[in-house]
Design a protein around this ligand. Structure first.
Ligand SMILES: O=C(O)c1ccccc1N[C@@H]1O[C@H](COP(=O)(O)O)[C@@H](O)[C@H]1O
Length: 212
């Protein structure tokens, strides 16, 4: 099984970004959801986006965002892809893809087997599916460190490239990859020493374990 690609999400400072690049992560996630503890304001997004250029892919995370907010972030951070982590329909995902000319990653929240099947509706509308744990109502839609039952992805048949998120950390990512065969893994809180504070040692450990 080839090693998975790695996305490290919610980077908010140059030290964490440099650690992600040094650990050979494939994507840096920049969070543009204002309620997130990992929210990145446009001025800092511009700085990190420029620092990342040509060294790591830049993925912007949005939750039911308006076009104007997406446009501002795309321009500031020079995004390479747009991750939709809200309740965006296939129609809205396709509209965003057409409007911004960037690959769209659609997140599917999983609690039960039937949730996994919802990914099929995004064929032709999104470019990539990211399965993440469904979070409790009234909380953040992601970045909560919650995992779902990875066995729900057993025998997955899907027309789009896909990845796994939700509660991944240096201690469990190897097992998650072994059980699911995920071609990409994504972590936010599992590489932090405190809420919203990325830890370079955990970043290195996560990338090493994901590839082990
Ligand atoms: O990280 C956040 O704060 C966040 C807020 C709103 C939507 C998505 C968010 N993060 C995404 O959720 C996954 C899983 O997070 P975790 O590893 O379980 O903490 C993360 O990789 C981001 O893509």
């Amino acid at each position: 099984m080839p090693a998975p690609r790695i996305k490290l999400c919610g980077l908010t400072d140059g030290t964490a970004l440099d650690a992600a690049i040094a650990a050979r992560a494939d994507y840096a996630g920049f969070n543009f959801f204002p309620s997130s503890p990992r929210f990145l304001a446009p001025a800092l997004a511009a700085e990190l986006g420029a620092r990342a250029a040509g060294r790591i892919g830049r993925v912007g995370v949005f939750v039911d965002a308006a076009d104007a907010a997406i446009a501002e972030a795309v321009a500031a951070a020079q995004l390479d892809a747009i991750q939709l982590h809200g309740s965006e329909t296939p129609q809205r995902a396709a509209e965003i893809r057409n409007r911004f000319g960037l690959p769209v990653w659609r997140v599917i929240g999983v609690a039960k087997g039937e949730d996994v099947a919802k990914a099929a509706a995004y064929a032709g509308a999104a470019d990539f599916i990211l399965f993440d744990a469904k979070t409790p109502k009234g909380t953040l839609p992601g970045g909560m460190g919650l995992a779902f039952d990875w066995k729900l992805l057993a025998g997955l048949k899907i027309a789009l490239p896909w990845g796994l998120a939700g509660g991944l950390n240096p201690a469990n990512v190897a097992e998650a990859v072994r059980l699911t065969g995920a071609p990409l893994v994504d972590a936010a809180s599992g590489i932090e020493s405190a809420l919203g504070v990325k830890d370079p040692a955990l970043i290195a450990a996560f990338c090493g374990a994901a590839r082990a």
